[in-house]
Design a protein around this ligand. Structure first.
Ligand code: GLU
Ligand code: MG
Length: 450
């Protein structure tokens, strides 16, 4: 990776800060996502943005071993009170926040104080994997779907602001001002909304936005979530992104859509593989499919994730693929013949407790390994595997996923030891944190955290 030109960044930041100030933006929220899936932040006054671009903003590395409840663990390389890192804003993503007037946002890359890239920086991991794909002559388009549950909290009680049926127009009528404001805020932040709709569970909605590169898609996942949260607050409501709100019912996923490109050619179509995939496209998806049990430790990282990841809930609990199969962990979408962008694959088993940068990077690493090994996809599955069989169940607990992760030489190599060991330590500690807890107690403890 190129060494950033901090002097140049400082100049750009000075100009950007002047624009922001003219628009009434008084501070900038600098975010990154930790290994527990929580977006952490430092906020700087707009007048300090240039200084932040030149020298970074301090933050302890200990957050890399924080858990969902804000307690912490330790790992081989990271943990304890010592040390500091520098957060550098990515000025290309600097965005005034439509639902938080006076505030702008930018994601950060984390560096060591001496200027070296911090080896456990999740965003730089996603960028390294993007560059690894580029070295294969490939690029990826990715996009996360955002599902959430909107509620009013009355002490410990949750009340849903609409009682309309699943996917029902009643919900849109009940909350039309709110939903339009979500769309307006996203559009004002240069995000192209593709669709927004009520989902299955009480108070549950989904929004999807246009695809981007792997790092951009992860940044966008953060921005979409925080925007939905902010609009919800303005309407006296809380947006809950946790994998499960009510134990035993359909939860919130964060499905990852992806397509693989060589130049202007979408490798998910126009080939002679299954459903028109090219051989490279097929091998990439076969690599992802094969690694899914270990990838779950990145994409379904919470104890609560496994309360959601159950059969027959469209969460993708089986390690199989199928064309337009919503019960397969990997759903293939052939797309319309006249839409070159349309063909893509959707990894359904992931949720929003995940750090999206770890997800995009981990999926690329697995897909490229599939290409290197020349893998082919097994036979597709149609119908619900819980009823028709023909597919293995993915791990049904965080501990089960962690066992696969810890055995994955592929993910250890891709993440590098410091990041890999910190992720494993956080997963282990969260499994211990909730050992023996009843499903609804786990849901209650995590529902407002992500
Ligand atoms: N809410 C489901 C999940 O947990 C997904 C529903 C859908 O396919 O959109 O992933
Ligand atoms: Mg959905």
């Amino acid at each position: 990776m190129e060494t950033p030109d901090r002097k140049q960044a400082e100049l750009v930041a000075r100009q950007e800060a002047a624009h922001l100030t003219a628009q009434g933006v008084r501070a900038v929220a600098l975010t990154w996502v930790d290994n527990a899936g929580i977006t952490r932040v430092k906020v700087v006054p707009t007048a300090r943005l240039a200084a932040a671009a030149r020298r970074g903003v301090g933050m302890s590395p200990v957050f890399d071993v924080y858990l969902v409840d804000d307690s912490s663990t330790t790992s081989t390389h990271i943990g304890g009170p010592d040390g500091d890192l520098r957060l550098f804003p990515d000025l290309d993503r600097l965005t005034p926040l439509a639902a938080q007037p006076g505030l702008a946002w930018a994601p950060v890359d984390r560096y060591e104080q001496g200027g070296a890239p911090y080896p456990a920086c999740q965003r730089q991991f996603a960028r390294r994997m993007t560059e690894r794909a580029a070295a294969h002559g490939l690029r990826l388009r990715m996009g996360f779907e955002t599902e959430w549950t909107v509620a009013r909290t009355d002490g410990a009680e949750l009340r849903y602001p609409t009682e309309g049926p699943a996917y029902g127009m009643t919900r849109v009528v009940d909350l039309s001002d709110y939903l339009v404001e979500v769309c307006d805020a996203l559009a004002a932040q240069q995000l192209e909304v593709l669709q927004i709709h009520p989902e299955y569970s009480p108070g549950q909605f989904e929004v999807s936005v246009a695809a981007d590169g792997p790092v951009g898609a992860a940044d966008t996942a953060v921005l979409v979530r925080e925007t939905v949260r902010a609009v919800s607050v303005r309407h006296g409501m809380t947006a809950l992104f946790a994998p499960v709100i009510e134990a035993g019912s359909v939860g919130n996923g964060a499905h990852l859509h992806l397509s693989l490109w060589e130049g202007e050619h979408n490798l998910c179509r126009g080939g002679d593989g299954p459903y028109g995939m090219t051989k490279l496209g097929e091998s990439f998806l076969a690599g992802v499919l094969e690694e899914l049990p270990a990838l779950l430790a990145l994409g379904a990282p919470s104890v609560a994730s496994y309360l959601r990841l159950a059969p027959s809930r469209w969460a993708g609990a089986f390690q199989c693929w199928g064309p337009e199969n919503r019960e397969a962990a990997l759903r293939f979408i052939p797309g319309a013949p006249d839409d070159p962008e349309g063909a893509n694959a959707e990894v359904k088993c992931f949720d929003a407790a995940a750090n999206p940068y770890l997800v995009t990077g981990g999926v690329i690493a697995a897909g490229l390994a599939g290409i290197d090994a020349g893998l082919s996809l097994p036979a597709p599955v149609s119908g619900d595997p819980a009823l028709v069989g023909g597919a293995d169940r993915l791990p049904d607990s965080l501990t089960g996923a962690l066992e696969h992760f810890e055995r994955s030489a592929l993910l250890r190599e891709a993440l590098g030891d410091p990041l890999f060991d910190a992720v494993a330590a956080v997963r282990r500690a969260e499994a211990e944190l909730f050992a023996g807890a009843a499903p609804q107690a786990i849901a209650d403890a995590t529902r407002g955290r992500y």
